[in-house]
Design a protein around this ligand. Structure first.
Ligand code: UDP
Length: 316
């Protein structure tokens, strides 16, 4: 499991360990934190390695599955780490595919709704090829993931590797870094701290937010299936950002005002997964609605903001 100390990766490690799997968790802690693995590092089935998967990867012994989840995922992070993001999506994916091939393991790629770019087809079906600006700032993430998907399918076609590709739509929940820059964590932290809520653009753009427990359940169902190729795993309930703001204010009881800031370059105007395939293939659909998910995330963030983070390894 790469990216195992990240927000989503740590929940996946926990779920895999919980069902009795052995996990080699690989992460260079550039956006992941050991804090996310508190309570898991001592688990007898868990081995943690601090390693950048853009460099050669060796895991001795048999391996049943390789899950490649390492990558900056918040726009703020990948805009700050453009080359690392391109490397982990290209070289990192190559290394992980090489490992899966050597071990005859199933390979699962964490891909993204960003492969659809600023979509002209709505809701987004897996067969839609997308509308991506390769040379814009977001291209570093979008094109890294598109390349990763292409490489994954090439390994399937050339080497017969079993491969799944999960296209993840805006996922939120406990263990998001409070200041990672994504909209749910930003708005909840601002509301909890009584600061103004920042809306980029006029707030009419839409997103569809999936609670992390639902996302993890869908990802494991895809892992355990033999399905080849991409599957959208996301919550099809679509909200404008102004609607999200209302939900955040209702859940936190905050009276924070809203301030409007510039819309980032190439910010997609709308996004919503078509989950027909996931329903049919995996019997999966999300169960946690936005109000409930935000309440759980707000409770976690409130507690998290009140205590210091675990320092990275080697820190004084
Ligand atoms: N956004 C916002 N305020 C914030 C952070 C983000 O209005 O404090 C907007 C952003 O411009 C985008 C949406 O919220 O339209 C979702 O942004 P996020 O960074 O969470 O992820 P994205 O879906 O763009 O990858």
């Amino acid at each position: 499991m790469t990216g195992g100390a990240g927000f989503l990766g740590s929940h996946l490690c926990e779920a895999l360990l919980g069902r009795g799997d052995q996990v080699v968790c690989i992460d260079n802690l550039v956006t992941g934190t050991l804090d996310n693995l508190a309570g898991l590092l001592d688990h007898p089935g868990m081995e943690f390695r601090c390693h950048d998967v853009s460099s050669y990867l060796d895991v001795p012994g048999p391996v049943d599955a390789v899950l490649h989840f390492a990558s900056p995922a918040s726009p703020r992070d990948y805009l700050e780490l453009p080359i690392q993001t391109l490397k982990v999506g290209s070289l990192g994916t190559h290394n992980c595919l090489g490992l899966a091939k050597a071990k005859r393991a199933r390979f699962l790629l964490a891909s993204t709704s960003e492969v659809y770019g600023d979509p002209e087809v709505h809701p987004q079906v897996e067969g839609y090829w997308g509308h991506v600006n390769p040379v814009g700032p977001r291209g570093v993430y979008d094109e890294a993931k598109r390349f990763a998907e292409a490489l994954t399918m090439a390994y399937h076609r050339s080497h017969g590797l079993s491969v799944g590709i999960v296209r993840i739509f805006n996922t939120y929940g406990p263990r998001m870094r409070p200041h990672d820059g994504r909209v749910v964590s930003n708005l909840l932290v601002q509301a909890l701290e009584g600061k103004p809520l920042t809306v980029y653009g006029d707030g009419s753009q839409t997103r569809s937010f999936c609670y992390v427990d639902d996302e993890v359940r869908g990802i494991l169902a895809l892992l355990d299936s033999a399905h080849t190729g991409p599957v959208n795993i996301g919550n099809p309930a679509e909200f404008t950002l102004l609607e999200l703001v209302s939900e955040v204010l209702a859940v936190t009881g905050s009276t924070s005002e809203v301030v409007f800031e510039a819309l980032p370059v190439d910010d997609p105007a709308r996004r919503r997964p078509d989950i027909t395939l996931a329903r049919r293939l995996l019997g999966w659909e999300p169960g946690v609605d936005l109000r409930e998910g935000l309440a759980r995330t707000a409770a976690w963030l409130k507690e998290r903001l009140g205590r210091p983070a675990v320092p990275p390894p080697g820190a004084p």
